[in-house]
Design a protein around this ligand. Structure first.
Ligand SMILES: N[C@@H](CCC(=O)N[C@@H](CS)C(=O)NCC(=O)O)C(=O)O
Length: 355
């Protein structure tokens, strides 16, 4: 080793450093940085998983980018609580039923928070903060996020859970989008107002003890029949209004069923007059989702009937117990009067004996 070499013992040092580096590579426990890198890495993974779990749009986007479309149903299978939707409404309102129907189609569980319309709960400042028109239904996504408008809520459910339950995805063709837009439009602007006018005269007025305007009812029925003639023409060309089954078809069920039940919806069911409409209606009506809604309504009505009966029984028994306690008080009073009269009588007698 030259003197120059001894002044610069670099090679030996270099060898040592090399050994150190190799040892570190082979024994990560010795890497001073590993203690800092792993928690950060784990934190990033945890945040990403949390994000994927929380945000359905992100899941969908990831599915599209990676081609791994199963990511969405997979994550949803794991986080079961995501299948519960909280709905503010009433079982008997057609707008609430529209959302219940869509939720059943998407195989979601519904938690109903019943809005007491008779107590005008829908017009309270708290409700108006969430639904600007003071109406129902209202979907609660979480305590900070709400969606109103029944059809918008149903579309939200479809967009949030596209691969769950019935898929209402449209074929990627212009025709299919046009059919769907048309169906949404004439359901809301033709079918709904005509059916609502029948409902108002035939159901709402009698319910609120108002006189039915027979002429207005006949006009509404005639208008509804005219609309159904249009539907017959459309449905002779295709099975459903939107081509395939769409949410727009299903939106007809709540109000359609109400006017049939009121005895004014034969335009939907008369297979001799409008065979295509009748076939379409029967296919919609028989869907398990609508049958589930009808069952919920029947259960709710039964529960209301039972509660009313219990209330009336409780009132009746409290009245009869009041009557019986009043009559027993009366008989106690009358017996004490007769005792005191008897005592007075006997006193008189004793006085008579001793005086
Ligand atoms: N376009 C709204 C209509 C909502 C609506 O009319 N809801 C009715 C019950 S079906 C209601 O809240 N009526 C009470 C009111 O308007 O004061 C929707 O589809 O959600």
């Amino acid at each position: 080793m030259s003197s120059k070499d001894s002044k610069n013992p670099a090679p030996k040092g270099t060898e040592d450093q090399k050994d150190d580096v190799l040892a570190t590579l082979h024994n990560p426990a010795r890497d001073k940085n590993s203690g800092q890198v792993w928690p950060i890495f784990l934190l990033i993974v945890a945040v990403s998983i949390g994000w994927i779990v929380k945000d359905p749009d992100l899941r969908r986007g990831l599915g599209q980018i990676t081609g791994f479309h199963a990511i969405e149903p997979l994550v949803e299978q794991v986080i079961n609580k995501e299948f519960l939707v909280t709905l503010h409404g009433t079982y008997t309102s057609s707008c609430t039923q529209r959302v219940m129907l869509a939720a059943y189609e998407k195989e979601l569980e519904i938690e109903m928070k019943v809005v007491d319309m008779a107590a005008r709960q829908h017009k309270t400042p708290e409700h108006l903060d969430l639904q600007p028109f003071g109406q129902i239904p209202l979907l609660e996504i979480n305590p900070e996020t709400y969606v109103y408008e029944s059809r918008a809520i149903a579309h939200y459910l479809e967009r949030r859970w596209p691969s769950r339950g019935t898929s209402f995805a449209l074929d990627n063709t212009t025709t299919s989008f046009v059919y769907h837009d048309q169906a949404l439009s004439f359901e809301a602007f033709d079918f709904d107002p005509a059916a609502a006018a029948i409902f108002k005269e035939a159901v709402m007025k009698p319910r609120t003890s108002k006189a039915v305007d027979e002429a207005a009812l006949q006009t509404a029925v005639a208008l509804f029949e005219e609309k159904m003639d249009g539907y017959e023409r459309i449905l002779s060309q295709r099975t459903f209004l939107g081509g395939n089954l769409t949410l727009a078809d299903l939106y007809h069920l709540p109000l359609g069923t109400k006017i049939i039940d009121a005895g004014h919806g034969s335009a939907l069911t008369d297979s001799k007059k409008r065979p295509h409409v009748a076939k379409w209606w029967s296919a919609l009506y028989g869907r398990p989702s609508w049958q589930a809604v009808l069952k919920d309504i029947a259960n709710w009505e039964e529960e209301q009937r039972r509660e009313k009966e219990e209330r009336e029984n409780a009132e009746a028994s409290s009245t009869s117990s009041q009557v019986s306690s009043a009559s027993s008080a009366l008989s106690t009073a009358s017996s004490s009067i007769s005792k005191s009269m008897a005592a007075e009588e006997s006193g008189k007698k004793h006085h008579g004996i001793f005086h």
